[in-house]
Design a protein. Structure first.
Length: 303
């Protein structure tokens, strides 16, 4: 079978998955945190399924599970290595109805003009960006020879799908250093993604590496300035904070807050103030690929 689920994704909603390499890992990265077994990077998918086979299964699943919100193109590895991706995307767009089409990619192929054009036909494109520097990139993502992170970053600045999500996964002792986060922060302002998902290891990894503790993850997230960050963790910190109206407006002026941020960090008193600001139109709520964000309304707020 080439489809799986649906599964309830915390980030994207009820998702029907499509695995374009169901029999073996096919990836041009060998990331230290990967939940799949360690394997030598490759740049092909052997014996890929036909578009016809995949579409047949997707149609059957959509008929059985009509409440699916997202159709997710993924792989035991990197889905953009699938040789018929453009045709598959065209066919999926024909049958998706009111569903969103999503792809989970490591961004390794986006400098290919044909891949870029295909990705821009997909509703939500999720690209990984774990490091800003070549040394860190090679240590954490272990790419196929010839893949250059500086080149990929430049290409990320020029891709324009309907919704662009950047995912950063932090690994203890590798890319959780302040200087690395600050460099990522600068680059992300140039890429201008619609949303940034910040997380850490939550499944057994391919190599002996460790997750970043939840408290530190929250602290590191504060180094990203005026960017739509959402924190992806299973066990959020239990500390609730009392923010004044001025503090909430100041916070939102520097960085939009996701619903997760509000639920995990704001006390009930702070949430009540937030609700009042929302009613008065001083802030507004947006939805980016299934994640709600609270943002300051610059046109109505006078500092």
């Amino acid at each position: 079978m080439f489809t799986f689920g649906p599964v309830n994704s915390r980030r994207f909603g009820l998702s029907l998955g499509i695995d374009l390499s169901p029999k073996e890992k096919s990836c041009n990265f060998d990331c230290v945190y990967c939940e799949l077994e360690a394997a030598k990077p490759v740049d092909i998918i052997k014996n890929p399924p036909s578009v016809k086979e995949v579409i047949k299964e997707v149609k059957e699943k959509l008929e059985k599970f009509p409440k699916v919100e997202v159709i997710t193109i993924t792989s035991n590895g990197e889905p953009t290595l699938y040789p018929y991706l453009d045709d598959l995307v065209d066919e999926l767009n024909k049958i998706k109805q009111n569903k969103k089409l999503l792809i989970l990619s490591n961004a390794s192929t986006i400098c290919d003009d044909k891949i870029k054009a295909t990705l821009e036909k997909i509703d939500i494109v999720k690209l990984s960006l774990d490091c800003a520097t070549p040394k860190c990139f090679k240590k954490i993502d272990r790419p196929l020879k010839g893949i250059d992170i500086s080149h990929l970053i430049e290409c990320m600045k020029n891709i324009n799908p309907p919704t662009l999500v950047i995912e950063i996964l932090l690994v203890k002792g590798i890319n959780d250093k302040t200087e690395e986060i600050e460099k990522l922060n600068k680059i992300l302002h140039d890429i201008k993604p619609d949303r940034i998902d910040l997380g850490t290891i939550d499944r057994p990894p391919a190599y002996k590496v460790q997750k970043v503790e939840e408290e530190k993850l929250v602290e590191l997230s504060k180094l990203f300035t005026n960017l739509p960050i959402t924190i992806i963790i299973k066990n959020p910190p239990k500390t609730k904070e009392n923010f004044s109206q001025e503090e909430i407006l100041n916070l939102l002026s520097h960085r939009p807050q996701s619903q997760f941020d509000i639920d995990t960090l704001f006390s009930n008193k702070s949430k009540n103030i937030l609700s009042e600001l929302l009613k008065r139109g001083e802030i507004f709520k947006s939805d980016v690929a299934g994640i709600k964000f609270y943002e300051i309304n610059k046109s109505s707020h006078i500092s």
